[in-house]
Write a protein that binds this ligand. Structure first.
Ligand SMILES: [Zn+2]
Length: 207
């Protein structure tokens, strides 16, 4: 197994990322019946201004090497019940002085005047299935907007370095293993399952 990236260490130290330690509790997802030994809490990340600032700076340094920052483009993200993506995208848009837009994931609408001939750079907190990003790409492609690569994200859990034909630029890159609660090996070993975001500090108590 490769050693964790410096950003994985950094997010773990700031308690925005949690990893299982025997004999501690483990994480339960609230939106699906799955458990895990690793969890990135993007709400905790978004609540830490120094961390968001540092992540945006690091992503921008990497983005500048691609040479696209001189172009005019929109920063596009998404927002919904969890809005950490938009928090990061907002900081990136301010640092690059680019306009900011987002898709509301409750309505799948991008209510901003991005139009034919514009370009868009997608910024998100993390990527799991890529479903929301594909929706953004579809909406903007219908409007004949050029989608720029790379997609910028803090944590790439997608399992590949690109989503369809768009390269992903991330600070953390790893595959996640999760289990249905009924067949969770950590539950079977006697570890307590904790709803990760709801009881976040509890995950860090090893008793
Ligand atoms: Zn479990």
């Amino acid at each position: 197994m490769p050693s964790p990236s410096p950003w994985e260490e950094k997010l773990a130290r700031a308690k925005t990322l949690w990893k299982y330690r025997d004999p501690g509790p483990h994480a339960a997802y609230t939106l699906s019946d799955r458990h895990a030994d690793f969890y990135f809490n993007s709400d905790a990340f978004a609540s830490d201004p120094a961390l968001v600032n540092a992540a945006a700076d690091d992503l921008i340094v990497r983005l500048r090497k691609t040479g696209i920052t001189g172009k005019a483009f929109w920063i596009v993200s998404y927002s919904g019940a969890v809005s950490a993506s938009l928090v990061l995208a907002s900081v990136v848009s301010q640092k690059l002085n680019k306009r900011l837009a987002y898709m509301d994931i409750r309505t799948d609408a991008i209510n901003f005047p991005i139009k034919d001939g514009d370009a868009a750079l997608i910024v998100t907190d993390d990527i799991y299935t890529g479903g929301s990003i594909r929706k953004i790409v579809n909406i903007l492609s219908d409007r004949k907007v050029e989608i720029l690569a790379p997609i910028l994200t803090v944590a790439n859990f997608f399992g590949a370095g690109q989503l369809d034909d768009l390269k992903i630029m991330s600070l953390i890159d790893r595959t996640l293993e999760t289990w249905p609660s009924a067949s969770c090996p950590l539950c079977q070993a006697g570890s307590q399952a904790i709803p990760a975001r709801k009881e976040w500090p509890k995950l860090f108590s090893v008793t």
